[in-house]
Ligand binder design. Structure first.
Ligand code: ZN
Length: 283
């Protein structure tokens, strides 16, 4: 499942292809994904110019010249492919249509953006741009972890008095938007905080220390995604997925990578999801 860095990588890959381009034809091949697609979606998108492509949490948003904003969520298995474009000295020809190519944007530039989703947990919606932030999927989200609203004072205040494990607190999208299982595990390891520790029992100083490490793990992953984007020949026109090495995630039984620790990565199940951590250096 794509997390924030993957979605940001998709946005950065799509941005030069879509921003400023007109959707000459929108091909909508089925009435629904996870939920019904917007009414008359193809008609409402046709002729619209993409003014700005942005991201909120794990949602991609395209502000259109029609005054509407298109929301795209990749869900579990959603993939976005670009074709008919030349990037660097590499040209992506249009691929043959595939099963599960549910929505295809044919751009005025000759480029094509294809949304393929075999399991259909993805979603798309259209709303007035002025009301985009109030959309039901976005309105309750906490601050962006890479934005100014997420700082030491904010996080310490939000963790204080909380009885849930810190892992669950950080996965709460109302506290901070877009953090998922992988990057929470990685950040807690770097901060030396056990995922099992109750949020309210972390000192203000240690809670404050979580902010820079959360930003760091996300920024490094986005940078890794950017590197994969630059390596276009491997990307096949598919955006957002890249090989990334994790320090603790999915590394149960391996030695802790913290210099001098000597511990072994363990797994615990919390709220039905695996936490990977080092019991020796994460307290
Ligand atoms: Zn360790």
């Amino acid at each position: 499942m794509p997390e924030l860095p993957e979605v940001e990588t998709v946005r950065r890959g799509l941005s030069p292809v879509m921003e400023g381009a007109v959707i000459a034809r929108a091909e909508v091949n089925r009435p629904d994904l996870r939920w019904p697609l917007p009414e008359r979606m193809a008609e409402r998108l046709t002729g619209a110019r993409v003014e700005r492509l942005w991201r909120r949490s794990k949602y991609l948003l395209a502000d259109l010249s029609t005054g509407e904003t298109l929301l795209v969520h990749l869900g579990m298995s959603g993939r976005i492919l670009i074709s008919g474009v030349t990037i660097g000295d590499f040209h992506y020809p249009h691929p043959a249509p595939e099963n599960h190519d549910h929505v295809v944007f044919h751009l005025g530039t000759g480029a094509r953006v294809t949304f393929n989703d075999s399991r259909r947990f993805g979603a798309m919606d259209l709303m007035p741009t002025a009301a985009a932030e109030a959309h039901w999927l976005l309105r309750d989200l906490g601050p962006e972890p890479l934005g100014n609203g997420f700082d030491e004072v904010y996080l310490a205040a939000r963790l204080k008095g909380r009885r849930t494990p810190v892992k669950s607190a950080l996965l709460d999208q109302r506290l901070v938007a877009g953090l998922g299982n992988i990057y929470v595990c990685e950040a807690l390891h770097r901060a030396g905080i056990s995922p099992l520790r109750h949020a309210g029992r972390i000192s203000g100083k240690r809670a404050a220390g979580l902010v820079p490490v959360i930003r760091e793990v996300l920024a490094e992953a986005i940078e890794a995604g950017g590197s994969s984007l630059r390596d276009y020949r491997k990307a096949d026109g598919e955006l957002g997925y890249f090989q990334h090495s994790f320090r603790v995630y999915d590394r149960v039984g391996r030695p802790c990578p913290r210099p001098g620790c000597g511990g072994t990565i363990a797994r615990a199940v919390q709220s039905g999801r695996s936490s990977f951590y080092c019991p020796r250096c994460q307290r």
